[in-house]
Every structure is written in structure tokens, then in C-alpha cells.
Design a protein around this ligand. Structure first.
Ligand code: S3P
Length: 423
């Protein structure tokens, strides 16, 4: 489906967004593992989270939607049951990687599959360390489909080789089934939702984070409130910063430090973003963010912050083309193996705006003024690319985005939310 956008002059108002995608996947997995009844409020209804939910249902999780709350009856120590079909992760890398960790520890065989894009994404990053733990996994040339066999797992002492919270969480999920304590070392400071929600012991030594995990940390039933998705918020925040005379309040947003990278960059670029109130739920900080129109200038983006802004680089680049100076990202090769090759996707669309685009193996540089002609952008079926160029269309003289429906992966309410704040 092709979605058209007209130019917008100003936005004003408040947004209440759905639950964070990363936290939603984890809440579902942990409540499915726990014994007894858990309650979840504000779960993401994006397609990625539905993929995790459907797989857990196939494995025996009992779930009921009661008005706006979700009640999960976890499988607990009676365990998950074998599913006699393929478990479909759709487009969701988080489902595929985290569930590979969980399924490696089960006493039955499972098959994980995904859509065309996910079937091209690397899985060796989880297969390798899980194999060190004793897991038996067969792959299609290190990609999906994966066949996961029963095995007897042993503890691991492992330093992450790739800056990936998905790999870290897959290992945590496997280690939760082992009596002896495993240690996972994260020098990249990737998002830490799993550690926080499971209350894992973490220590920093020589600038590296050491995470200890064993069966003692096996999840228990609980009540969860999922703070709103800070990555979904990034599109509206950039829109509010660039438009004149605009102001936006984003409510109950996740303020986990490992997700605040792009907010810090936008602030350093001159953006007015203020945390109005901070609260905490299940060890996860959240609160309201007030954003006001600002004049932005591009800055040097340090290499070490890349793992913390990886999902927001597309929309940061959009902010960059309206900011003073050139926008440049390096050390971000990981972008090439996201839902699309995001370096290629971004550069192709920026070229359509007649910008000066230089593409590098690990990033890109954009300079010049965007053309004001109406452009048709490609989404490459990648939700964050679709939303980035929707925002650019609203800021220029309108535009179109192809295969727009992929926004449902993370935010099915994107269009209504935009409409609700146009003033
Ligand atoms: C996620 C981690 C990140 C991120 C993805 C969600 C998670 O991926 O890009 O959207 O929930 O753990 P990597 O950990 O592979 O970088």
C-alpha cells in the first residue's frame, strides 16, 4: 500500500503510545515461564510482539485479554509443551533470537522460521554461544529455519562478540535453566531490560558489565506495566523539534538509560527535550517528555554510542538533513543486517531528495539541502524506514511511502497518532 502525506506546518498536543517493543517481548516470555497468573498492562500490539505471543501460545501459554489488561497463566515448572508445527517469528529478530535461547533449554524439538527478511538475517551470533553451552541447533547456513534439539546445557562464561541485547538475552534465557551460575560480559552496554526485569546481579569491572544468572533467577509471576515505546516516540519527537511553533508531551515513555542515546544526541544538537516526571515500574524508569521546536546543528556522533541508538539512526539522519551542517554516522555496520540493509535503504531514499550522499561500509554522510519536489520513497518493507520517510514527507512538501503497511511491525497506530497532533 502506498501512503501519501501532505506538508504539515505545526503540531501540538499529547501522545500516549503503546508499550515498548523490547520490554513487551520479554514480559511475555518471562510471564509464560513463570508459574501462575501474571498481569500485563500496556503491551505492544505490534506484529513483532504478536509473533512472540503466538509462539508462546503454541508452546502452551494460556493468555486472556480482559479489557485493557492481559492475564497470562504461565507454564511454570510443568514446562512448555512440544509444538508439532513450525514456530513462526514473522519479521521479528527479537522473537527469533530470544526464543532460540529459551527453546535450547527444552526437552523437546522445535523449528523456528521467519519471513523473507528475517530468513536472511544472521543467527550464528546466537547459535555459536548457545552451542558452547551444549545446545544442539541445526541451521540453514547460519540462518533460519533453525531446528533446536533437546540437549543438556551447562553454564557459560561468555563475553559478547556482537553488540546485541538479543544475543545477551538469548544466553540469559538459556542460563535461567542451569543450576550453576553463568556469567555474560557486555562491554557494549546494550539495552538491559532482561537484567532489570529479572533483577540479575550486575557488576562493572574494567568498563565491562558482568551479568550473573542461574536457575535461582527463574522468573516468577508478577504484575507488569510496560512503559511506552521510546523508539516509536522518536519519530514524533523529531517532528516536533523541526516544525516551527510546535510542542509535544509524550506520556509514560520508557526512560531506561540504555535507550536514551538518541535523546542525548538530539539535546546536544540543540533540541529542547525535558523529562517532566519520572516514575519506576518493575525496575524500569519511565516518565513524560516535553519537546519544543528547536534549531538543530549536526554534531560528531561518538562510535561507542552506536549500540544505544541503533534503532533510531534512521530518524536521527532525518533530523540531520534539517540541521545545520552535514550528518555523519560511522561504526554502524550492524545497520546492514536489520529489517533491511538500513545503510542502503537510507542512502537510496536520501538520493531521491538530491542530497549529497556518501555511503560507507559502516555508515553514511549526508549533506546539502533536500529537494522540495514531492518524492515517492521506498520503505524496503522496513518499519523504521517507512516511518522515517513519512516524517520527512510531512516536513517537506508532502510525499509518498511505498509498502507503508510494514509500520504495523512496531506501531499500528502511527497514522492516527500523527493526525491527532496536527494543529
Ligand atoms: C532489541 C535489540 C536490538 C534492537 C531490536 C530490539 C531487543 O537488536 O535493534 O530492535 O529487544 O533486544 P540487537 O540486540 O540485535 O542489536
Amino acid at each position: 500500500m502506498i501512503q501519501s502525506f501532505s506538508k504539515v506546518n505545526k503540531i501540538k498536543g499529547e501522545l500516549v503510545l503503546q508499550g515498548d517493543k523490547s520490554i513487551s517481548h520479554r514480559v511475555l516470555i518471562f510471564t509464560a515461564m513463570a508459574s501462575g497468573k501474571s498481569i500485563i498492562r500496556n503491551l505492544s500490539s505490534g506484529e513483532d510482539v504478536k509473533s512472540t505471543l503466538n509462539i508462546l501460545k503454541n508452546l502452551g501459554m494460556d493468555i486472556k485479554i480482559e479489557d485493557i489488561i492481559i492475564v497470562v497463566n504461565g507454564c511454570g515448572h510443568k514446562g512448555f509443551k512440544k509444538y508439532n508445527g513450525e514456530l513462526d517469528c514473522g519479521n521479528s529478530g527479537t522473537s527469533a533470537r530470544l526464543l532460540t535461547g529459551l527453546l535450547s533449554a527444552q526437552n523437546f524439538e522445535s523449528i523456528l522460521i521467519g519471513d523473507e527478511s528475517l530468513s536472511q538475517r544472521p543467527m550464528q551470533r546466537v547459535i555459536e554461544p548457545l552451542t558452547f553451552m551444549g545446545a544442539k541447533i541445526e541451521s540453514n547456513n547460519k540462518k533460519l529455519p533453525l531446528k533446536i534439539f533437546p540437549s543438556s546445557l551447562k553454564k557459560i562464561n561468555y563475553e559478547l562478540a556482537v553488540a546485541s541485547a538479543q544475543v545477551k538475552s538469548a544466553l540469559i534465557l538459556a542460563a535461567l535453566h542451569i543450576d550453576e551460575e553463568s556469567q555474560i560480559i557486555d562491554k557494549f552496554y546494550t539495552r538491559d531490560h532482561s537484567e532489570r526485569m529479572l533483577n540479575l546481579k550486575t557488576e562493572v569491572l574494567d568498563n565491562k558489565k558482568y551479568i550473573s544468572v542461574s536457575k535461582k533467577n527463574y522468573p516468577q509471576n508478577s504484575e507488569y506495566f510496560v512503559p511506552a515505546d521510546i523508539s516509536s516516540a522518536s519519530f514524533f519527537i523529531v517532528l516536533a523539534l523541526i516544525l516551527k511553533d510546535s510542542e509535544l508531551l509524550v506520556k509514560n515513555i520508557s526512560l531506561n538509560e540504555s535507550r536514551l542515546g538518541y535523546i542525548n544526541i538530539l539535546k546536544q544538537m540543540g533540541g529542547y527535550i525535558e523529562i517532566v516526571e519520572q516514575k519506576i515500574s518493575n525496575n524500569e524508569p519511565y516518565g513524560d517528555l516535553l519537546v519544543r521546536s528547536s534549531k538543530l546543528r549536526n554534531i560528531d556522533i561518538p562510535d561507542e554510542i552506536i549500540p544505544n541508538i541503533i534503532d533510531e539512526i534512521p530518524i536521527l539522519a532525518a533530523a540531520g538533513i534539517f540541521a545545520y551542517g552535514a550528518f555523519q554516522i560511522r561504526n554502524a555496520k550492524e545497520l546492514r543486517v536489520k529489517e533491511s540493509d538500513r545503510i542502503k535503504s537510507l542512502c537510496a531514499n536520501f538520493r531521491k531528495l538530491n542530497l549529497l550522499v556518501e555511503e560507507y561500509e559502516d555508515g553514511f554522510r549526508i549533506d546539502g539541502n533536500p529537494s522540495r519536489d514531492k518524492v515517492q520513497f521506498e520503505s524496503f518493507s522496513d518499519h523504521r524506514i517507512a516511518m522515517t520517510f513519512s516524517i520527512i514527507s510531512l516536513l517537506l512538501n508532502g510525499g509518498e511511502v511505498k509498502e507503508f503497511e510494514c509500520v504495523n511491525i512496531s506501531n499500528p497506530n502511527f497514522l492516527e497518532q500523527i493526525k491527532s497532533i496536527i494543529s
